[in-house]
Design a protein around this ligand. Sequence first.
Ligand code: SF4
Ligand code: SF4
Length: 305
Amino acid sequence: MINKKLFLNKNFTSDGKPRAYVELRKIDTLWFNTGTLCNLKCNDCYIESSPTNKNLQYINLLEVKKYIIEIKENNLGTKLVGLTGGEPFMNPNIIYILKYLLENRFKVLVLSNGMRPIEIKFKELLTLPNLNNLTIRISLDHFKKKNHEKIRGSNTWKQVIRNLIWLSNNGLNLNIASKIKPDESEKIIREGFYKLFKKIKLNIDPYNKNELIIFPIMDYEKTSIEITQDCWRVLDKSPESVMCSNSRMIIKRKDEINTKVLPCTLITKDKEFELGNDLVSSKKKVFLNHPFCSQFCILGNSSCS
Ligand code: SF4
Ligand code: SF4
């Protein structure tokens, strides 16, 4: 269980030390959460997506355009736009959003579970402009069906493998997101994927960390250590290596009219992490005042893009 005394004070940790913070360097990557609805209900989903979770609404094209125009007008220099969910291909606006971003010459990364929602859009995907700028990241939680389905549910393996093969055979840029298991080393996981990719003839290098990304498991309820300003030195890590120094994410909460800017893709529920409505004024210090900060970014060494 999470220790309720931790993370209460933004500026200081529970033992009174100055809490670590991150300043925005540049928005290299702008993320949009396309909505929390998902066709699956994975038992470890950090955002608790499901077929009924509407906590974050579907984002629409006008809302995306607003931020792209802001990037251009203010020369923010953003090159990569990421789309995450929920399952982005459930958002009815997804093809229009992708078309607009690709027409505007952004690199686009879209995260998908590789199931029926993307399959329905296969034909439309192939009609998109500048398709070489699009990368689709498919989640495969493990290289074995049994372990993948333990997290994603039964009958999820065959379909994702079939769709991966289709995407690959049709020339789309792909990479794979997986997760570390407490009882397996990264080496074993990469070797396991090597055998799988070879078997299904997938042109992805499992030893390349950009092609097979292995994320730590995040658990809001798990006790996490708090990160002090001293931790940067002790862990030999710099604030510039953390996602909130080079990214922002746009969300639209249930029952709200305006979109909000958040520091990263991970912390969507806690309103104290909101940074306003526009990108220029989101240039604020982000205090690492959340269990995910240590679990994912500081001790897990991960970044979404
Ligand atoms: S597919 Fe992704 S978004 Fe959907 S429930 Fe699973 S982890 Fe969450
Ligand atoms: S989870 Fe990571 S990226 Fe998000 S605010 Fe914490 S340190 Fe920054």
